[in-house]
Design a protein around this ligand. Structure first.
Ligand code: NAD
Length: 510
């Protein structure tokens, strides 16, 4: 942590931007005196200092959102839908600006950042349909003269706590359905790349969202704990690593909140002997190294079944020199740096431990990383990895792909099902029967058949199994509408005054 008063300089004449909160429709400087450095990972240079909120500042933002809720919950569905169409148009028009802010702090290449914004926009488009999404049921004449109907109402103030790796899209997964449902939203972004949250807030204001409906509180554990314990926060959505997801779920539910907490992953891509090897190798390279492997749906382990292993490893190896690693703003770059120096060093350590534990290093990204101070690691491939090795057991979250060799389909599926995570999984085969059996057998929330990164479209919901999700509710799609609303069932009678009588008996249904 850095005291704001002494925000460090880099010695390179770099301007350090202050990154504040967004409360009640405007930027608000933090008052805690604490901040955290933000870097341009491609140059290894500090570019910002993000304010870290105190408990009192979290109280203020929640109070502000609660006040805005009184009016926002009465806003008609027609007006909310109209507003979301305006939000969609504005975010679409400004998608490159959003992507640029994102690349500057995250490091992913600009084309990938544009892809992130595009996937987030799909969720905003889904939210445009809010009038149909919150429609209830109606049963006329459930009993004589009695009608029964169900409605769904917003929860109040809801919070989102998000990870560094999708600083625009993951918040969109949360705020778009939450706000469309009539809630007021408090976003606590990752302190590693917080600037997109402020651009998001400005665009929402420009599109016409009333002040106080969307707020940003920058911060670390202190702000998160304040949100989790705050009696005015009705629900918490979290996406991040598994240990923190578990903590968020346990702490939030203990304080009476509805919580969905999406955690980490170790995604396997199984390649059967009959698969198209070129197609599988292309998929492994794009899903393993895209966004420098910093995706919760990245393929981390290729499971080569039977005699496909040698040709598959060779085909992947041949493709690796073509992956251009560099600054995300350079048009020819296909893979950027890791988010921090510490994370890059940790990811690189799996190459050393893999070699020590008996894996074969086919490609060593420590040798191919671009020169300079950026947090780069080149693409790396480990073969002959076993389940006992650290490279297999841990979520590496970097451009290190492991190949595990399996003798049979059953052995391969067993690996996935024994793994503590269950986010995404993929199967490559030409056999429809095997694919169908696989979708039945496999214990993971999102399954790809010849598709390496099976992130569901916005009108389905996103979520894993096992240690990849705590809570019942998946993100976005229909489950998000359920998560951000509460059901109410109304039983109604409008008796004919002429036949009205007082009846103290228990209501009957016939
Ligand atoms: P992280 O868990 O370190 O941080 C996520 C959020 O939690 C941040 O806002 C951070 O400020 C906060 N946080 C961190 N430590 C905390 C603590 N001790 N107490 C309270 N709050 C704390 O995750 P990250 O490094 O930002 O993101 C990468 C992780 O997110 C990976 O594990 C990845 O798999 C996971 N992820 C999962 C999904 C999914 O959909 N399942 C999507 C994206 C990322």
């Amino acid at each position: 942590m850095t005291e704001l008063a002494e925000a460090p300089t880099t010695g390179r004449d770099e301007k350090i931007a202050r990154i504040p909160h967004w409360i009640g429709g405007t930027r608000v400087d933090g008052a805690s005196g604490r901040s955290s450095p933000v870097y341009d990972p491609a140059r290894g240079v500090q570019t910002g200092a993000v304010d870290l909120a105190s408990r009192a500042e979290v109280d203020a933002v929640v109070a502000n959102a609660a006040e805005a809720f009184e009016s926002w919950r009465t806003t008609s569905l027609a007006k909310r839908a109209e507003l979301f169409f305006a939000i969609r148009e504005l975010f679409h028009a400004r998608r490159e600006d959003i992507a640029r802010v994102l690349t500057a702090e995250h490091g992913k290449v600009l084309s990938d950042a544009m892809g992130e914004v595009a996937r987030g926009l799909e969720v905003i488009e889904f939210a445009c349909g809010i009038p149909t999404l919150v429609k209830g049921d109606f049963s006329e004449q459930a009993s004589t003269g009695i009608d029964v109907y169900s409605i769904r109402q917003p929860l109040g103030v809801v919070a989102g706590i998000t990870p560094f790796n999708f600083p625009a899209m993951v918040p969109m997964w949360m705020w778009a359905p939450a706000v469309a449902c009539g809630n007021c939203f408090v976003l606590k972004p990752s302190e590693k790349d917080p600037s997109v949250s402020l651009l998001t807030a400005e665009l929402l204001k420009e599109a016409g969202l009333p002040d106080g409906v969307f707020n940003v509180v920058q911060g670390d554990k202190e702000a998160v704990d304040a949100l989790l314990e705050h009696p005015g926060v009705a629900a918490v959505s979290f996406v991040g690593s598994t240990p923190i997801a578990r903590y968020i779920y346990e702490t939030g539910t203990k304080h009476g909140k509805r919580v969905q907490a999406l955690g980490g992953a170790k995604n396997h891509m199984i390649v059967l002997p009959d698969a198209d090897v070129d197609m599988a190798a292309d998929a492994a390279v794009s899903a393993g190294y895209g966004s420098a492997g910093e995706r919760c749906m990245a393929v981390s382990v290729v499971v080569a079944v039977g005699d496909v292993a040698d040709p598959l490893v060779e085909a992947i190896k041949q493709r690796l020199p073509n992956v251009k690693v560099g600054n995300g703003f350079e048009p020819e770059s296909e893979m950027g740096p890791l988010v921090t120096r510490e994370h890059r060093d940790k990811v690189a350590s799996y190459l050393a431990s893999g070699a020590d534990q008996g894996a074969t290093i086919v490609a060593d990204g420590r040798e191919t990383a671009p020169e300079g101070d950026g947090f780069f690691l080149g693409v790396s491939l480990l073969d002959n990895v076993t389940t006992a090795m650290d490279a297999y057991r841990d979520e590496i979250f970097g451009p290190v792909l492991s190949v595990v060799r399996a003798g049979t389909y059953d052995e391969a599926v067993g690996l996935v099902n024994d793994n503590p995570y269950g986010n995404g999984v993929a199967l490559f085969t030409r056999d429809g029967g095997a694919a169908r059996q696989f979708q039945f057998d496999v214990q993971a929330g999102m399954v790809g058949i010849n598709v390496p990164i099976p992130v569901p479209v916005a009108y389905y919901s996103f979520g894993g199994w096992k240690a990849s999700l705590f809570g019942d509710s998946h993100a976005y799609g229909p489950e998000s509408i359920h998560f951000y609303t509460r059901g109410k069932v109304v039983t109604s009678r409008w008796p004919d005054p002429a036949t009205s009588t007082v009846d103290l008996g228990f209501p009957q249904t016939r």
